[in-house]
Every structure is written in C-alpha cells, then in structure tokens.
Ligand binder design. Structure first.
Ligand SMILES: NC(=O)c1ccc[n+]([C@@H]2O[C@H](COP(=O)([O-])OP(=O)(O)OC[C@H]3O[C@@H](n4cnc5c(N)ncnc54)[C@H](OP(=O)(O)O)[C@@H]3O)[C@@H](O)[C@H]2O)c1
Length: 251
C-alpha cells in the first residue's frame, strides 16, 4: 500500500478496544490514519489502544458508546467528527457471540444479540454515510463471520445476525455507490477473548480441521480490512471476503 494513502484520513472503528477492532486500529495507525477507538465499557483497554496509536505517531481518541443505541451512536459520531474530523473510513467490529442450544434460546437473548450485532452495524453506517456522500468519498468494512455463511446449530442467533450484516453491506454498496464502497470481512475462528469463549479443546479441534491447521490472529483480519479500505481493492464493493484458514471450503 502507498504509505501516504491513509495519512489524511479519519477512521472510526467500533469495538476498537479489543480483539479484531484493536488490531484494525493499530493497522490503520501504521498507515497514517487518525483513529477513533470505540468501546462499550472497557475504558482501560481503549485507553491502551489510544496510547499505542500515539506511540506509532498517529492521532487517536477514544469514544465510549453502545453501538446498539441510536442516541449513543449519534453522540459518538459527533464527538469523533469534532475531535478528528469527518469520518472517511468506518469499520464495524463491535459484536457479541454466545453459543446456546436451541432449547435455551429466548426472545430476549435473540433481541439482545441482534441489537448489538445488527443494529450495531446499521446505526454507525447510517450515522456516517450522508457525510461521506456529501464529500464524495467513504470506505466501510463490516465484520461478519463465516457463521453468517454456514449453518451453526448451536449459534442460531449469532449466525442469523452475521448473515444480516452481509445482506446489509451488500445492499448498502448499491445504495451508496459510487462514492462509498461497502464490503464485509467474514473471519473464521480468531484468537481473541471472543474466540477463547469456546475453550482450548474446541479451539484446537477447529484448528486441526482447517486446511491451514491453525486459527487466525486478529492482525490477519486487520490486514484484510485494510485491503478493503484501501485503493488496492478499488473495483470491489458489496463483497464478503472470507479469512478463515480455509474452513468454509470444507463440506
Ligand atoms: N473472534 C472470532 O473468532 C470471530 C470470528 C468471526 C467474527 N468475529 C467478529 O469480529 C468482531 C470482533 O470480535 P472480537 O473477537 O474482536 O471480539 P472481542 O475480543 O470480544 O471484542 C469485542 C469488542 O466489541 C466491543 N463491544 C461489544 N459490545 C459493544 C457494544 N454494545 N457497543 C460498542 N462496543 C461493543 C467491545 O468493547 P469493550 O472492550 O468495551 O467490551 C470490544 O471492543 C465481532 O463482530 C465478532 O462477531 C469474531
């Protein structure tokens, strides 16, 4: 990538305090972008990401907001725009996951996960797209999951939410083109706190099944996100880019 490509850009990363979002914030900073690090409750983690970005020589700010709450998201974007300038690049990485047998599913748990994973994608995108359209430039990457592409009997709600993210991004690509490109990344199992919820045995079994014989690192997803934000992917919009060690290729 041209080192200067993201130097004049402002990026907002939801769920930037930990995991894939954190790695994306740092990757953006290495490419010179100013980065707004969103978090829900883990202020300490967000503060550490901001400090690390500043050590890398980029500007950063942290911004607490619940992405499932409309007022909170509007306030977040206003704060970011007055602190770092209009949002050019948006990455929606905030999300939650929980495995549950169908007998344990409740309407409340369904609504909660859809509100964070789906409303939490919709609201930040809607809050930045008009400014991007007015300025004639915007790049958006939504983090989905291979669970959105394959059946997941113990993750019915999560899988539904991640399929919705793919559908949303695909339609936004048509609605907001040509100024804004909108793409998704669908990671396989990544070694973050969310991934670790599965426990070491399940993680090892999944790694052994994958053609690449391992699980992914957050930095590997961040690089895929950077590609989709950059002009190296200039003819790509409405797509879902799978980064999963080859698991979706399996029967
Ligand atoms: N890890 C995997 O194996 C994997 C695989 C496929 C897809 N994904 C997807 O990748 C994304 C990131 O996952 P991860 O593994 O990096 O998760 P993680 O390590 O658990 O981090 C989750 C991040 O989301 C934030 N967050 C959660 N709820 C929020 C809310 N309501 N409002 C604002 N921020 C909120 C958290 O903020 P706090 O720090 O304040 O809690 C944290 O920054 C998710 O969308 C996930 O579904 C992950």
């Amino acid at each position: 990538m041209d080192k200067k490509e993201l130097q004049s850009k402002t990026a907002l990363v939801t769920g930037g305090s930990r995991g894939i979002g954190r790695a994306t914030c740092l990757a953006l900073a290495r490419e010179g972008a100013r980065v707004a690090v969103n978090y829900a409750s883990n202020e300490k983690a967000a503060r550490e990401v901001v400090a690390e970005i500043e050590r890398l020589g980029s500007e950063a700010m942290m911004v607490g907001a619940d992405v499932s709450d409309p007022e909170s998201v509007t306030k977040m974007v206003t704060e970011v725009e007055s602190g770092l300038g209009p949002v050019d690049l948006l990455v929606t990485s905030a999300g939650i996951a929980k495995a549950a047998h169908h007998s344990e599913m409740t309407f409340d748990s369904w609504r909660h996960m859809l509100s964070v994973n789906v409303d939490g994608t919709y609201l930040p995108v809607m809050a930045v797209k008009d400014g991007m359209l007015d300025r004639g430039y915007g790049r958006i990457v939504c983090i989905s999951s291979i669970a959105g592409l394959r059946p997941r009997g113990r993750m019915v709600t999560y899988s539904t939410s991640k399929a919705a993210v793919i559908g949303f991004a695909r339609s936004c690509a048509e609605a907001f083109g040509p100024a804004i490109r909108v793409n998704c990344v669908a990671p396989g199992l990544i070694e973050t706190e969310m991934g670790a919820q599965l426990g070491p045995e399940a993680m090892q079994r999944i790694a052994d099944e994958a053609p690449l014989k391992r699980n992914g690192q957050p930095e590997e997803i961040a690089q895929t996100v950077l590609f989709l934000l950059s002009e190296r992917s200039s003819f790509t919009t409405g797509q879902t880019f799978v980064a999963d060690g080859g698991r979706v290729t399996l029967p």
